[in-house]
Design a protein around this ligand. Structure first.
Ligand SMILES: Cc1ncc(COP(=O)(O)O)c(C=O)c1O
Length: 491
């Protein structure tokens, strides 16, 4: 298979031609060994074993210890859209931090240790911002590492949502992630307005998907009342990647401020936040940026808002320019750019984890990761379609992929909708076989092959287990040897 051509086709929204042995482990292995596909960084990550997933304590028992080092026992982890795996560098960076704190204590704020991967604490947020700027397509001064995602959404709305009697609406999607909904709702209430009148919802046109046309039309129809548009770069449930540049340009045409929640897009797809003229964007770093649960978040504020001296944010001492921050004279001098939006002294443990995880991104580019991701996800989609076609029952497919089929409008995640009566058994079977992926009732399994650490082999093995998992009746019959043979012949 010409994988370079296949990646080009995917970038243009076309489907590649897969060979007849596409479902074999040999083919998956040939892709994993290909020198033409951008490489995996799997060796830089800690991949849990199936035995470790069963742990109830931090210490291995004899059985877990024996299995823990075997790569045959590695779990299949497709949950990087929820929590990214641990980069080995994070442990190294944390050890350096603890040693620094233990040796020079308060001196760590301003001192650089010769053999440490860390900068002085005072420079760490700016260092992480610089590295994240390459991932989201911005200049370093447009990025800040601070707080957590929902808090940053609040801070951005405090700065950019300025409702008037006429222009008071915030446009958002029909079913945003609950925290986004609560943040928008409470910001509206905070201004003494009624969310029922001031939230304008984009409804899906087709099942779960929102078309660009309908979003643009809704903007046109409500332009006179819209104070702010806040949309997800990638919708968390369906995995749909919205057309950020087109929608942003349309908001611009109507002079409406637009912000994006990039929780599921940052570190996953290519972004050009500065060139697209986005006003602001926020993301967490524990999904595709692999910085650990609840770690410090990122935000983008376009240079036209942060650098022009018209400072808009809520103030705190860490937003004060670093050169005079410690004069303590209570005369606020904002740090130019997004970093002026900081309020508090940031958690250095958090920044240490983020700097460790970003050191892996420094070894590659988001363009290469995206190329690999396009192929991984298309491969997973193709294998799922083969399984669906083989398992038609009473004229219906056994599941539906609700994520867009056009690779330009999705990232690493495929959301698979199962019938409700199959969902629980299928989920249990996946867990029993050492597969970690995210399940959302009533019937969605989110499968996210992450280009940093997932392989084509992971996908192939997952599919073999998944096909058995959605067919519980067959599994019951598997107790009988002659029927087990029949099931295995199907795979
Ligand atoms: C789309 C989206 N928005 C908001 C959040 C909440 O993030 P946090 O708990 O870091 O504020 C999440 C968390 O997964 C999310 O996926």
């Amino acid at each position: 298979m010409d994988v370079t051509h296949a990646i080009d086709q995917l970038r243009q929204g076309q489907k590649p031609q897969w060979p007849s042995n596409v479902e074999s482990l040999d083919f998956a292995q040939s892709l994993d060994e290909s020198k033409t596909i951008p490489m995996t960084f799997r060796p830089e990550f800690i991949i849990p074993t199936k035995a470790q997933l069963q742990r109830k304590s931090l210490t291995d028992d004899a059985k877990t210890a024996a299995l823990a080092s075997s790569s045959d026992d590695e779990a299949i982890y497709f949950c990087g859209n929820s929590l990214g795996l641990q980069p080995k560098a994070v442990g190294e960076h944390l050890t350096a931090y603890l040693k620094t704190w233990g040796s020079i204590a308060v001196g760590g704020h301003f001192t650089s240790m010769e053999d440490s991967p860390l900068t002085p604490y005072q420079d760490m947020a700016a260092g992480c911002a610089e590295k994240m700027s390459k991932i989201v397509g911005a200049s370093p001064s447009e990025i800040v590492a601070m707080n957590t995602l929902t808090i940053n959404l609040h801070l951005m709305m405090a700065a950019f949502y300025k409702p008037t009697a006429k222009k008071h609406k915030i446009m958002c999607e029909w079913r945003p992630f609950p925290s986004d909904w609560y943040a928008i709702e409470s910001q509206i209430e905070w201004h003494g307005l009624d969310p029922k009148k001031s939230m304008l919802l984009v409804e899906p046109d087709d099942g779960y998907l929102m078309t660009t046309e309908s979003i643009l039309k809704l903007i046109d129809e409500n332009a006179n009342e819209l104070a702010l548009i806040m949309l997800p770069g990638i919708q968390y449930y369906s995995g749909q990647l919205l057309d950020i540049p087109t929608i942003t340009a349309h908001a611009r045409k109507h002079d409406i401020t637009i912000g994006w929640d990039l929780a599921h897009a940052a570190g996953n797809v290519e972004l050009k936040l500065h060139d697209w003229d986005v006003d602001f964007a926020c993301w967490c770093t524990y999904k595709y940026m692999n910085a650990g649960a609840g770690s410090i978040a990122g935000a983008f504020i376009h240079s036209k808002h942060g650098d022009n001296g018209h400072y808009k944010g809520l103030k705190g001492w860490y937003g004060h320019d670093k050169s005079s921050r410690f004069l303590m004279d209570n005369k606020f001098v904002p740090t130019p750019g997004a970093q002026g939006f900081q309020c508090s002294n940031p958690s250095i443990v958090d920044l240490t984890c983020l700097s460790g995880s970003l050191s892996v991104f420094e070894k590659t580019s988001i363009a290469d990761l995206r190329s690999r991701s396009l192929l991984l996800t298309a491969y997973a989609e193709h294998l799922l379609s083969q399984i669906a076609a083989r398992n038609i029952k009473d004229g219906s497919f056994p599941f539906e992929i609700i994520t867009p089929t056009d690779p330009r409008f999705r990232g690493a995640q495929l959301s698979v909708l199962l019938p409700e009566d199959v969902f629980d058994d299928a989920s249990a079977a996946l867990v029993a076989n050492g597969i970690v992926c995210d399940k959302r009732k009533p019937g969605i399994i989110r499968v996210a092959p992450v280009p940093m650490y997932n392989t084509f082999g992971d996908i192939c093995r997952f599919m073999q287990i998944f096909e058995k998992a959605i067919w519980p009746k067959m599994q019951e019959q598997e107790q009988q040897p002659e029927q087990r043979g029949a099931v295995e012949a199907r795979l």
